[in-house]
Design a protein around this ligand. Structure first.
Ligand code: ATR
Length: 282
């Protein structure tokens, strides 16, 4: 599309960034709304992160997304860190204010919850949730679930110390986090209402997650944040047993909504057209 001299600008800062689907995603919304704006990939090496973030306002950008490996480092480089981003310990969305100040937010917890609610409208959040994995993505998922009122998060990770650290850091007045030994992850499913895989297991080229779903109540929802492939072995097992399953692509799509709204002033919609467009990577 043709841009005018007053086009609004945003982008995604990562290293590498060539795999990112965000330019395609935001580009679809910009085209759909006929906006005078652009969303571009910004390949920024770690040693250039600080100068790049400072440069955003100087260049007149409305803001940007931040992706791997910069999400944690960005927390220390913004002028204002949103309390939710502080709790999660990562920034994925930057907004340049009218006064030029750079604010850092995290929309991953929102993206996870919005995708879960869209894909499993009957999920009520009144039973324990089992979260597998304790990396950066898991933190956003656990915070989203606790803030939604889930009474207990059962956290299990191959490296137990990481799960224990996360549980200690996120412990608060809302809900309980129970750390379960990785070798006993199957037992954690007893009485649960939700299972979330946040590990890289099941991703194309990786081993499948080894998890026997037999103890899981049939009304429980099974979800994965992996979206390559869209149907991971975990989701295929869940579907075969009759569970409602929610794939991970929607988390990517929904986490993008607040940024687009902040930069371009329109609340965009996540729908099947968008899913198809983002999936059809050339
Ligand atoms: P992200 O920030 O995207 O969540 P990460 O921090 O690298 O990525 O976390 C990857 C998650 O997948 C971790 O929970 C990791 O477990 P460890 O903390 O023990 O490393 C988990 N993971 C990766 N490969 C795994 C494997 N082969 N078996 C079990 N868990 C694995």
């Amino acid at each position: 599309m043709t841009l005018s001299g007053s086009a609004r600008l945003a982008g995604v800062i990562g290293w590498p960034v060539s795999h990112s689907r965000s330019p395609r995603l935001h580009g679809h919304w910009l085209a759909r709304h006929g906006l005078d704006g652009a969303y571009v990939p910004l390949a920024v090496a770690p040693e250039n992160l600080e100068i790049a973030l400072r440069g955003l306002g100087a260049l007149g950008f409305a803001g940007a997304n931040v992706t791997v490996p910069h999400k944690e480092a960005a927390c220390a480089l913004v002028d204002d860190l949103d309390p939710l981003a502080r709790r999660i310990g990562a920034v994925n969305t930057l907004v340049v204010g009218a006064d030029g100040r750079l604010s850092g937010r995290n929309t991953d917890a929102h993206g996870f919850m919005a995708n879960l609610r869209a894909g499993a409208p009957d999920w009520r959040g009144d039973a324990p949730a089992v979260v597998l994995g304790a990396g950066g993505a898991a933190r956003a998922v656990v915070v989203g679930l606790l803030d939604a009122g889930v009474p207990e998060v059962r956290l299990t990770n191959r490296t137990q110390g990481r799960a224990e650290t996360m549980a200690a850091e996120l412990a608060g007045d809302a809900g309980t986090i129970t750390v379960i030994d990785w070798s006993r992850r199957g037992d954690a499913l007893d009485g649960a209402g939700l299972v979330v895989n946040t590990t890289t297991l099941g991703m194309a080229g990786q081993a499948a997650l080894d998890l026997d779903l037999a103890p899981l109540p049939l009304q429980a929802v099974v979800t994965d944040i992996v979206y390559t492939p869209l149907e991971t072995p975990l989701l295929a097992n869940g579907r075969a047993r009759g569970h409602t399953v929610v794939d991970g692509l929607g988390m990517l799509l929904h986490q993008a909504v607040p940024g687009f709204r902040a930069w371009f002033g329109i609340e965009p919609v996540v729908d099947d057209d968008l899913r198809r467009f983002v999936l059809a990577v050339p």
